[in-house]
Design a protein around this ligand. Structure first.
Ligand code: PXL
Length: 277
């Protein structure tokens, strides 16, 4: 049996079109060599940046799925949660993290709820408060700066220095969130990077910054980070692999202005696999 073959449960919505959430997480985790299992929380016709998207809540199915899994003795090596959709989902998912993880199960929460200083459509303070509770139920969280600000009440800034980021990390620590991988930390226009914070020790991986940002990069980043971590990489190594892979996806998309809704991550999966060797 391969040593790093892990069974990972990912809990997110299905956006039928738009290259985010499950349509990104599953191929990336598979490319990293892991077995995947899912709980889809909702079905949307597209992600929420398209206008007029449909939304069907699947949360009522969750208790029955869990009952059956419990009966079958099904467990996981890791759980990774992303975009959920409603406060009710968060409450269900928190229950899963708290009561369905076997000994040694690593619980990673991406509090996917906003970007560029704003919450995604349909989310409010109640959702943010529930997300804080979900993050507390996890072992490691993957917020961007917007999400960290929303959860701590810190002011969102477009430009900032290391002191501001330290303040943000301390504010997260203050609400009990001590193992944090903070994405999109950019101190100048040419570079961006990822902060890895554990037990009050901060490490930073910096890489080239693209001129334009792209939809869906948060999910590409989170999925490749989780995949690399489960391959036995350290948090900083996984952050570097995920950052480099996300950058490769953006470069692979930048010459196609029609592809505004996601990144073309599939043709460069080979690069991710190489980085994991
Ligand atoms: O995590 C990105 C994401 C996932 N799912 C849905 C979204 C978004 C971002 O907008 O709308 C439905």
């Amino acid at each position: 049996m391969a040593k790093q073959y892990k069974k990972v449960l990912t809990i997110q919505d299905i956006s039928c079109v738009g290259q985010c959430s499950l349509t990104v997480a599953l191929p990336i985790l598979s490319a990293c060599g892991h077995e995947t299992a899912i709980i889809p929380t909702a079905v949307l016709s597209t992600h929420t940046a398209f206008s007029g998207f449909t939304f069907t809540d699947l949360s009522e199915d969750i208790p029955e799925i869990l009952r059956h899994w419990h009966e079958q003795g099904i467990t996981f090596d890791a759980m990774y949660t992303g975009y959920l959709g409603s406060t009710r989902h968060i409450v269900y998912v928190k229950n899963i993290l708290e009561h369905m993880s076997a000994e040694g199960c690593l619980r990673i929460v991406d509090p996917a709820m906003g970007d560029n200083g704003m919450l995604y459509p349909g989310f409010d303070q109640e959702y943010v408060d529930a997300m804080i509770e979900l993050c507390r139920a996890g072992d490691l969280i993957l917020p961007n700066i917007t999400e960290a600000c929303m959860m701590t009440g810190c002011e969102y800034r477009e430009t900032y220095d290391e002191a501001y980021i330290e303040e943000l990390l301390c504010a997260l620590e203050h609400i009990g969130l001590t193992r944090v991988v903070l994405t999109g930390v950019s101190y100048n226009p040419e570079t961006t990077g990822i902060i890895v914070r554990k037990n009050s020790v901060t490490k930073y991986y910096k890489h080239e910054k693209m001129a334009r940002s792209c939809h869906g990069t948060g999910d590409v980043y989170a999925s490749s980070f989780v995949g690399a971590l489960l391959c036995g990489k350290t948090e900083l190594e996984a952050a570097k692999i995920a950052g480099d892979y996300t950058l490769a996806c953006m470069k692979n998309t930048q010459d196609d202005p029609d592809h505004w809704y996601g990144v073309k991550f599939e043709p460069v999966l080979g690069q991710l696999i190489e980085m994991l060797k």
